[in-house]
Write a new protein. Structure first.
Length: 265
C-alpha cells in the first residue's frame, strides 16, 4: 500500500450523466474513448478525475497543428555527443500501462492518426519505426481523446476511419444545479452568487444570431467567481472573465453588457 501522505487527492469532478460508468467499462474492455464537447465544459477534469480514481498515471497531450507522430512516439536526441532515444508521452503511456489523453485530437497532424490506428483496434500495438520496436499495449493502457465538434472548420473534422475506432460520449455544460455546485467548489464563492453566474451563463448560451463562436464556458464562470471572491467588483470581474474573453467586437461586447444588466437588473 502507498503511504497515504504521498497519494495526491482525486481532482473534484461532478458527474453529469453516465460518463463515469462508461469510462470504467471502456477501461475494463480495453477500448479507446472519445469525449466530444465545447471548450471548458469539464472534459479534461473528467479524465484527470477518472485517472486518479482508477489509480492510473495520466499523460496529457494538448494537440496543435504542428504536433507530429514523433512528438507522441519519441525521437533521437543528442546528449553529450551521443544520440539517445527518448520516448514521447504516448510511448511512455503504452510502456507503463497508463492513460494517454490527446486533448483536441483534430488539431494534430495527419500522421498522428496513422499511428493511432493499430493502437485503437484489437491489435493494440504501437510501432516505433525509428527503433524497429513494436510495443504491445498492456492491460492498463487506455487512449482517451477529446474534440470540439462545435468548431465550424471543415478541414478540422475527425475522419470517420478514426472516429469509428472510439467509444464516444458527448459532454455539455452542466445543468444549472450542478454548474452552481461546481462553481462553489472551485471558487469558494457562496451558492447565491454562483447561481447568479449560472443564470448569466444560461442567458449567454441561449443567445442566437450573435457572432459568438461559443457560449460562455464553465471555466470562465469559475474565473468570474474567483475574481469576485478575491474582492473584485462584480462589473470588473464580469468584464475580465466573461465579456472580454467572449468577443473582440465592441457591439457584441455591449450586447453582452446589456444582457448582464437584464439578468441582474
Ligand atoms: N462536472 C464538473 N465537475 C467539476 N469541475 C468541473 C466540471 N465541469 C467543469 N468543471 C470546471 O471547469 C474547468 C474547465 O474544465 P476543463 O475540464 O478544463 O474543460 P475542457 O477540457 O472541456 O475544455 C475545470 O477546471 C473545472 O474547474
Ligand atoms: Mg481540455
Amino acid at each position: 500500500m502507498n503511504d497515504m501522505s504521498t497519494v495526491a487527492p482525486i481532482p473534484h469532478y461532478h458527474p453529469t450523466g453516465q460518463e463515469c460508468v462508461l469510462f470504467e467499462t471502456a477501461q475494463a474492455m480495453r477500448l479507446p474513448l472519445l469525449l466530444k464537447g465545447p471548450t471548458g465544459c469539464g472534459k479534461t477534469r473528467f479524465v484527470e478525475h477518472m485517472a486518479a480514481k482508477t489509480g492510473r498515471k495520466l499523460y496529457t497531450v494538448a494537440c496543435h497543428d504542428d504536433l507530429s507522430a514523433a512528438d507522441l512516439i519519441g525521437r533521437y536526441l543528442l546528449k553529450g555527443g551521443e544520440t539517445e532515444w527518448v520516448d514521447g508521452p504516448l510511448t511512455r503511456a503504452v510502456r507503463e500501462g497508463a492513460i494517454c489523453y490527446l486533448d483536441e485530437i483534430v488539431e494534430a497532424r495527419k500522421d498522428v492518426t496513422v499511428v493511432l490506428h493499430p493502437l485503437t483496434d484489437n491489435r493494440r500495438t504501437l510501432m516505433i519505426d525509428r527503433t524497429g520496436e513494436e510495443l504491445q499495449a498492456p492491460e492498463g493502457f487506455m487512449l482517451v481523446a477529446s474534440y470540439n465538434p462545435g468548431y465550424q472548420n471543415v478541414l478540422k473534422r475527425l475522419k470517420p476511419s478514426t472516429r469509428q475506432r472510439f467509444l464516444s460520449a458527448s459532454f455539455d455544460f452542466p445543468k444549472a444545479d450542478i454548474e452552481t455546485d461546481v462553481i462553489v467548489q472551485e471558487s469558494g464563492i457562496d451558492a447565491a452568487r454562483a447561481a447568479g453566474l449560472v443564470r448569466l451563463g444560461g442567458a449567454i448560451r441561449r443567445l442566437s444570431g450573435m457572432d459568438l463562436e461559443e457560449g460562455v464556458s464553465t471555466r470562465l464562470l469559475i474565473y468570474a467567481a474567483v475574481l469576485i471572491n478575491s474582492g473584485m467588483s462584480f462589473e470588473n470581474a464580469i468584464e475580465a472573465a466573461v465579456i472580454e474573453p467572449l468577443s473582440d467586437d465592441a457591439d457584441i461586447q455591449q450586447a453582452l453588457r446589456d444582457l448582464v444588466a437584464v439578468t441582474f437588473g
